[in-house]
Ligand binder design. Sequence first.
Ligand code: GCW
Length: 715
Amino acid sequence: MKKIKGIILLLCLCTTVAAEDGHDLWLRFRLIDNPQLLATYRNTVAGFVVYGNSPTIAIIKNELNKSLSALLGKAIKENSNPIPSSLVVGTPSSSVVISSLNLNEQLSKVGAEGFVIISKTTGGKKITVIAANTDIGALHGVFDFLRLIQTHQDISNLNKISFPKIDLRILDHWDNLNRYVERGYAGISIWDWHKLPDYIDPIYTEYARANASIGINGTVLTNVNANALTLTSQYLEKAAALANIFRPYGIKVYLTARFSAPSEIGGISTSDPLNDSVQTWWKNKVQEIYKYIPDFGGFLVKANSEGQPGPQNYGRTHADGANMLADAVKPYHGVIMWRAFVYANANNEDRAKQAYEEFVPLDGKFRDNVLLQVKNGPIDFQPREPFHPLFGSMPKTPMMMEFQLTQEYLGFATHLVFLPVMFKEILQSDTYAQGKGSYVAKVIDGSLDHHSISGIAGVANIGNDINWTGHPFGQANWYGFGRLAWDEDLSAATIAEEWIRQTFSNDNAFVSPVKSFMLSSHETLVNYMTPLGLHHIMGNGHHYGPSPWSNSFARADWNPVYFHRSDSMGIGFDRSATGSNAIEQYFPEARRAWENTETCDEKYLLWFHHVAWKHKMKSGRNLWEELCYKYYNGVDSARKMKDTWVKMKPYVDSERFEHVLGLLEVQVKEAIWWRNACLLYFQTFSKMPIPSGFEKPDKTLEYYESLKFPYAPGN
Ligand code: GCW
């Protein structure tokens, strides 16, 4: 009996894919399951030689030994000299072998972080070389090489150079010192401040490794809604312990600076940036920080926004505030990332216009180590927004992109949405700031205005959940952000495919359908949440679920009704010349695509126009029918995504299969909720029926309006 049970167990183990909790991310390094490929890989990489001597080099050796051995199913070890079929890693200064290969021309292009991977024959031996100018560059090259193998690429004849166009590639953590993550949906913060600096959780090294593998080189540890205590020696010591872990992975630590810190923890009666004692306080504080963290990156600041203190509290400008901090970090080569997410309570102007009005007059007034960090769109990380009009409008100021990876407005960690599609939509938008081809990407990488510094940030979706991001597919957004930050020219399709192959399977029967639904997942979500340019119609405060009827905030521009403006005539926010004229903040050529209701790109129709319910759309349907069509279409696509996933069962371990399936079921349910609630509500204005053929909402508007979520996460 025992024997039979044993055989059954063995059979089960052989036929199912081993359970995985997702913790390994895209760094799973499972044995190559294609025998032919495995043989060629084994022939190409029989051993490795790594030159140099630094903590980073130690990391490289360990990574190659562990990961190559796992991928190739046999021990791949370090040799002291290149043997035939070696992988050879190093810099010209650490290795005579590398310097004799004459890679100067290639290496002159890759800077401090890039690398060259090239197949060579030297002394009659065929070798694969990963060369860089620094050990960090070599580490990036090693991860790239491992990615080639993990995604089953041909590595027999490589000739590749790769380097980032954007200097600062940063994750912003909205993590509080009590480990609560603002807008976090994947558990609590991975920074265990209480136990730091004495207990170093292994998760910190895993975090650094994962980021290094995709080229992220900075992390802002703390929330932009900042706590002055972060800057006390007690916490600096803790931040320094993290910086020590991250350093050999090429990752710098940044902190958020609470503007009123001089008064809150410095005992000064003011925090006026033009006050001498305040300036001295910051200089001393910065000096102290650099004692703890010699390669500290600098500060990220949210000032005079949503209740945060800032220079305007003292009658000063954003430039005065940023420059004071910039002067303090300048001697140490630090930077200030000053956020442009600014809109005022008292200001009656269209919220979409306020940041532009505030900052454009300050162009040219910032120190050269200040970057202005701008959200992708002018309102607030909505499922779809046109690009922010500040891009291209401040040529004298380096402008950083801020994307949000955590899905505050895109279904929390429950909805599957592959964000690189949306990121690409923004990066590829043409600002026309200097004529055709003035893409947002070129503003960000500094090439349009010839800036010497550039940056991009993603608000992290990471927490202490076993799989890091809550939703297993949330990892793709972290991965995709890093990959795009490294190379904005990568297509969303390439990134999705890389990620699927590393995270799940190289089997095309899996890769192709999953890639296809990932690529359409953003449009799917936009359709069932905010089609045709609708925005900001989610639940008040917690931002969970639909709530287009909400009008309870005293502050108009926090209320959904402010944004959709439905009435008996039509729906949408008139930002054209007849309305708030926000459209004027765009360059004429860019504006052209949107300024006329008849010709406006329908993706943004209700963003820029208040449109009559019976307005004829390009499809021939009227606006109301089109709205219904989009909402129903979104739900259908969500259902199809779930149906496709069901068919993927044979290719995925049961743990991750069931997890994703369960979440897709919630996503479909919530998509229906969004559709029904929004259409029933908008119908009270359009007074037209939901077209025949569509399933009828199964609940009433009153029911949807009665739902309350006092404990929705992340708030
Ligand atoms: O979208 C809003 C969020 C706030 C956030 C703010 C910001 C950190 O609801 O939670 O605060 O944006 O970006 O500053």
